[in-house]
Design a protein around this ligand. Structure first.
Ligand code: 3PG
Length: 214
């Protein structure tokens, strides 16, 4: 898959809902009910971070949920790419980008949302054909004002800011012209997952899905 095709696929995912839940799960038994709650609440694109031993099993479980579009986050190496793809991930997200990682996703036909935090990083990705990128870590990198400033000379790049995005600042990001959606863990908090409070998670998802991006 070319970087241009991957960017088109990433853009489509980013336009599916205003928020991509960033999911960290320790136990695969929580994957199906969590995915069901998020999808029912209106957030079908699901980023499962490869930071726990259960992550790949969680992606497998979520791939079976009707309407769910699971992907893998924290994808760092070519072997992560293969494992994510084999588990049924439909996309990958990385905190940064390396040539090896980009090459592996292009070879595997796995659409990637590659991370950038500076104008130079964003330009390098654009030079390779990636016009849709994750702005990470969003808040620590200057937040919405920084992303707005990057958008002035680089309006051809569309971003998904992630990292420190919350109900308090999400509207600031979504109001930017160069933002298609945001990523955030607030819609799948550890405490509600531990309690199995899927109704509360569905309510959080519903509020997030109602945010306007534009
Ligand atoms: C992460 O690294 O887990 C993501 O960037 C999500 O960040 P958040 O927990 O601040 O939403």
């Amino acid at each position: 898959m070319t970087p241009q095709d991957m960017s088109q696929a990433a853009l489509k995912l980013c336009r599916t809902a205003p928020v991509i839940p960033v999911i960290v799960l320790d136990d695969a038994k929580d994957a199906a009910p969590l995915a069901q709650a998020l999808v029912s609440g209106g957030l079908p694109v699901l980023e499962v971070t490869l930071r726990t031993a259960a992550a790949l099993d969680c992606i497998r479980e979520m791939a079976a949920i009707p309407g769910g579009i699971p992907g893998a986050g924290t994808v760092l190496t070519p072997s992560d790419v293969q494992a994510a793809k084999d588990a049924g991930a439909q996309f990958a997200v990385s905190p940064g980008a390396t040539d090896r990682l980009l090459g592996a996703c292009e070879e595997a036909d796995l659409p990637l949302l590659p991370g950038a935090a500076t104008a130079t990083e964003a330009m390098r990705l654009l030079e390779r054909g990636y016009s849709v990128q994750k702005f990470f870590p969003a808040e620590a990198s200057g937040g919405a004002p920084a992303l707005k400033a990057i958008g002035a000379p680089l309006p051809q790049i569309t971003f998904c800011p992630t990292g420190g995005v919350s109900p308090k600042n999400v509207a600031d990001y979504l109001s930017l012209k160069n933002v298609a959606c945001v990523g955030g863990s607030w819609v799948a908090p550890k405490s509600l997952i531990a309690d199995g409070d899927w109704d509360a998670i569905e309510a959080l998802a519903r509020d997030a899905a109602a945010l306007s991006n534009g």
